[in-house]
Design a protein around this ligand. Structure first.
Ligand code: ADP
Length: 641
């Protein structure tokens, strides 16, 4: 601040920067000015009160000097001191506690300054030779300018007013009491100097106050700006954090997704490795399953050529060849079925299924086989009156055959029981054996393709490992479920369910015996077969039930023969014929003969062939190699129906 008065340019700049009135030092902006005054009042009020009380006490205590130095005048001075100035000052002090005081406090102090000053001037004029009153005036100026917190403008107005009062008073009182002019000049010189000093000092003080206020508010403004910037920064940071969070979440999702893919890849890899392992196992198994029966067939066929064979040996070898052949056929059938299932070509054909007939047929079919192994086979039929329902006959047949075949295969002694009952609108079938059983941890795996249980003496149990997976696929296609309960060494119980869809009673009553035994024996049979050996085999197989057997190699000729012989009872129709195949020939025959029994026969045994044959008009279907027992069962059944 030392430069304020030495450098007017600087002062001008400060006035300009702060927006101040040069004379009054007020802020030009009214709002700022009001704020300044409020703040100034607030922080000055306490020091004002302290200094004002001190001044009142001083002013009062100086009455002692009046009494000791002013003779009789003291009474007048006491009036001025205690009845005029003191009450005014004290009232102002008391007023300072009122809330409205700050609105007028500067003016009030200015008035106090002038009244206090005027009081001393009166005493000075009445007792001009008493030096104490000249000194008192200095105290008045000091109080006005420095102690009472009077602002610059009010202070100079009051200071100047006191000067005017003094001069006017002197001139007026000179006429009365004769005051000397040299006193006036000297006193004025001192008082004016005191005022100038007070003015300059107060100007500086107030300017500093205002600069301080200005800077403080500038600081607050800046702080507010910083606060706003901070807030907007915080907002931006929050926004950014949210964005980052979002990205993080997205990233996490992506990572999770990738992890999931990795997991799937690992699983797929494991599956691929497993499937690779299974395929190798399968190939080894297949090789074994094909080579073993082939070895039997070729080996014993060779032995049959030996010249000195007894009839008994011949029968023995033929039996071995037959067994080996049927074992190989089983494997081939399984392979065909599984490949059809895998390629999605296995269809479902819903038709009427006579459950009693089906289970009894299976029972009769396996009874001898079981007995030959020393096992007892039981069929329990718990459903009274239930005969016919709707499902895929061939598939149920295949499932049961598979389970019973396994039961016989994996049971050394004891018995095998199978049956069914109705449970929750489902037919629940079971096949129970007292065989070797299946370890707990393998009970799910055995339904997988090419999987076989890890058993001792594995070579004893021939098999491709496909039977149960075919059964499972069939059960699932029909909307059911398959599972096993088993204990090692004690036996197994396989279950499967098939949704039960009942059909009309009328169709249930279809199974009635209509033909007599004689009618079944003396049949006129037409064999349609282009392979000589197959035709010969068929005529041998049918010898017992035939009266007359006709033979042709073509479909066309078969139609012709049928036309010429309307009394033919049975046609054994081969499917793979040259020119016209068996389906077509059957369709043609059915145009003029609905009665004749036609059984289709094929060497390409694929599940689905039966449906095609039935669709073409055949009554039943049999796959080569033809088993005599099965063929005769079929024929008997068809004739009886
Ligand atoms: P396989 O041709 O080997 O019999 P399957 O798919 O029919 O193939 O059966 C799979 C495996 O399940 C068999 O190798 C055998 O270990 C086990 N298994 C199936 N049925 C039985 C059963 N009734 N008793 C004991 N083990 C069985």
């Amino acid at each position: 601040m030392k430069t304020i008065f030495s450098d007017t340019a600087n002062l001008r700049r400060i006035h300009h920067d702060l927006g101040l009135n040069k004379l009054k030092l007020n802020f030009l902006d009214k709002d700022i000015e009001e704020k300044f005054r409020n703040e100034y009042s607030e922080k000055s009020l306490l020091s004002f009160r302290i200094s004002f009380v001190t001044l009142i006490l001083l002013y009062s205590s100086f009455g002692y000097l009046d009494y000791t130095t002013s003779g009789d005048l003291y009474k007048q001075f006491f009036v001025v001191r205690y009845l005029i100035v003191f009450p005014v000052l004290f009232s102002v002090f008391l007023w300072s506690f009122h809330k409205n005081f700050v609105k007028v406090w500067q003016e009030l102090i200015a008035v106090c300054f002038v009244i206090g000053g005027a009081g001393i001037i009166y005493m000075l004029l009445r007792n001009p030779d008493n030096i104490y009153y000249y000194g008192g005036m200095f105290l008045i100026f000091m109080a006005g300018y420095f102690f009472t917190k009077l602002r610059f403008f009010h202070a100079i107005i009051s200071g100047l007013l006191i000067m005017v009062i003094y001069n006017l008073g002197t001139i007026l009182f000179q006429a009365l009491y004769g005051i000397q002019y040299d006193y006036l000049i000297i006193t004025n010189a001192f008082y004016i100097s005191a005022n100038i000093i007070g003015m300059i000092a107060l100007y500086n003080i107030e300017l500093l106050e205002r600069i301080d206020f200005h800077q403080k508010h500038l600081l607050i403004k800046k702080q507010n700006e910083i606060e706003i910037i901070n807030q907007s920064l915080e907002l931006k940071i929050k926004k950014r954090t949210r964005l980052l969070d979002k990205r993080n979440r997205k990233l996490k999702k992506e990572i999770d997704f990738r992890k999931e893919i990795e997991r799937k890849i690992i699983i797929a890899k494991e599956k691929a490795t497993e499937s690779d392992r299974l395929k190798s196992a399968f190939l080894a198994n297949m090789s074994h399953e094909i080579r073993t029966p082939m070895n039997g067939i070729l080996g014993f066929a060779d032995l049959l050529k030996e010249p000195n064979l007894t009839g008994e040996d011949q029968q023995k070898y033929i039996k071995i060849i037959e067994n080996s052949g049927s074992r190989m056929l089983n494997t081939i059938n399984d392979l065909m079925d599984i490949s059809k299932i895998e390629s999605g070509q296995m269809d479902i054909t819903i038709s009427e299924v006579n459950i009693i007939e089906l289970t009894e047929f299976i029972y009769n079919f396996f009874k001898t086989e079981a007995e030959s192994k020393g096992l007892k086979l039981f069929l329990s039929d718990e459903i009274k009156g239930l005969k016919v329902f709707q499902s895929d006959r061939e598939k149920i047949y295949a499932i049961l055959i598979n389970l019973i075949k396994n039961a016989i295969k994996y049971t050394i002694k004891g018995n095998i029981e199978f049956g069914y009952h109705l449970e929750n609108n489902e037919l629940k079938f079971y096949v129970k054996d007292t065989g070797i059983g299946i370890a707990q941890d393998r009970q799910d795996a055995i339904f997988e393709r090419f999987i076989q249980n890890e058993v001792k003496d594995k070579h004893i149990y021939e098999g491709s490992g496909l039977g149960l997976s075919i059964a499972k696929a069939y059960v699932e296609m029909l909307g059911g479920d398959i599972w096993v309960e088993s204990e090692e060494g004690k036996g197994s119980q396989f279950y499967f369910t098939i949704p039960f869809k009942k059909i009309k009673e009328a169709s249930e009553a279809k199974i009635i015996n209509t033909k007599s035994e004689d009618q079944i024996r003396n049949l006129k049979i037409l064999i349609v077969e282009d392979e000589e050996s197959a035709a010969t085999l068929l005529s041998i197989l049918l010898k017992d039930i035939s009266q007359e057997i006709l033979h042709t190699k073509t479909g066309v000729k078969a139609i012709e023969l049928c036309r010429d012989n309307p009394d033919i009872d049975l046609i054994m129709m081969d499917i793979q014929l040259l020119e016209m195949n068996g389906y077509e020939a059957t369709r043609n025959i059915r145009e003029f003969n609905k009665e004749v029994i036609i059984i289709a026969q094929t060497a390409y045994a694929i599940a689905g062939d039966r449906d095609k044959a039935i669709e073409a008009g055949c009554d039943d279907y049999i796959a080569k190699p033809i088993k005599k027992e099965l063929l005769l069962q079929k024929i008997e059944k068809l004739i009886r129906d």
